[in-house]
Design a protein around this ligand. Structure first.
Ligand SMILES: Nc1ncnc2c1ncn2[C@@H]1O[C@H](COP(=O)(O)OP(=O)(O)OP(=O)(O)O)[C@@H](O)[C@H]1O
Ligand SMILES: [Mg+2]
Length: 296
């Protein structure tokens, strides 16, 4: 199998604290690989190793056939476009100035820069003048320009750390359309998000918890492996009391609040007759959010 990223037994320690513990996974060329986990799970730390920004404490990382080792950082950086979690662009520079700066830091020639910009502006359908100050851009467009900056040196791998944090739902959807387009121009996308609806778009999802990789697979695989029985959506009606909730809980081996509903798995041999008339019940497929909450 052809992998663009291979991570084997990766460990990262900060002082006495192990932020990443024995993590192994591989990413195929052309995939959208979703890297999920609660705050502090070790996602950004793993990304920083993949991007050649920090040295691992131990383990082996390969990016597009190059092994990560001291002195090889620039080789890795040329292969990876990184949109970091905190910083995206300089607000007090224009779109053009930001992109020129990104190009210079990667040693992109003027000719290549123009060609890449033409291709990427076409991709994102930029409708702002290049002279616009980044501070004046809505957050959705800012993230699209940041993506162009991350791709300015034509990397094969694009690493996006929470690219849609703080972006409106409509802009999030168009950003994901862009992510899908990237795979059609030969890029591999490694992306983190806290939005489970977004993660459903990934080919493969890996789930981190407290520095460890606890699950990985396609979204249908993860759902099947986590819940291999019928899930129900239970909606309490107006007469639903605390006692009814206790009764419902006693029937369920899994019960997760989900807005005004509960997503539940019944205990063996239990049924809903004891809460009949108090709730509406519907058979549902588990969402990735159900998987995430259950595992994390
Ligand atoms: N340079 C550092 N020094 C000490 N601890 C660090 C350092 N960088 C990260 N950590 C710690 O390592 C753990 C993992 O952090 P990391 O940023 O990788 O998490 P994350 O999964 O990206 O979380 P989030 O979803 O909040 O971005 C956290 O407990 C964090 O405080
Ligand atoms: Mg992070």
């Amino acid at each position: 199998m052809d992998y663009i990223v291979s991570v084997e037994d990766l460990c990262v320690r900060f002082g006495e604290f192990w932020a990443v513990k024995n993590v192994s996974f591989s990413v195929e060329y052309g995939q959208i690989f979703g890297f999920l986990g609660a705050n502090g799970a070790g996602k950004t730390t793993t990304i920083r190793v993949i991007c050649g920004l920090i040295n691992p404490t131990s383990g082996r990382v390969t990016v597009d056939s190059e092994h990560f080792e001291k002195g090889k950082e620039d080789v890795i950086k040329a292969k990876v476009g990184y949109m970091s979690q905190k910083f995206t662009l300089y607000n007090d520079l224009s779109i053009k100035e930001n992109l020129d700066f990104a190009a210079v830091t990667h040693g992109v020639t003027k000719k290549d820069l123009q060609r890449t910009k033409d291709e990427l502006f076409e991709l994102i359908q930029l409708k702002r003048a290049e002279s616009t100050l980044v501070a004046q851009l809505p957050s959705g467009i800012k993230q699209q320009v940041a993506l162009v900056a991350a791709l300015i040196h034509q990397p094969k791998l694009v690493v996006l750390d929470e690219p849609t944090a703080g972006v409106s739902p409509a802009s999030r959807a168009s950003f994901w359309e862009l992510i899908r387009k990237l795979t059609t121009i030969g890029k591999t996308v490694f992306v983190t998000t806290h939005y489970m609806d977004e993660a459903e778009n990934c080919d493969i999802v890996a789930l981190m918890r407290s520095g460890e990789l606890i699950a990985m697979g396609s979204v249908p695989q993860l759902k099947k492996n986590t819940f291999n029985e019928q899930m129900y959506n239970v909606t309490p009606n107006t007469s639903f009391s605390d006692e009814d909730l206790d009764m419902l809980k006693s029937l369920c081996k899994v019960i997760e609040p989900c807005g005004i509903h509960y997503h539940v798995l019944l205990k063996q041999n239990a049924d809903f007759h004891q809460v009949e008339g108090k709730v509406d019940i519907e058979e549902i497929q588990p969402s990735l959010e159900d998987v995430f909450i259950h595992l994390v």
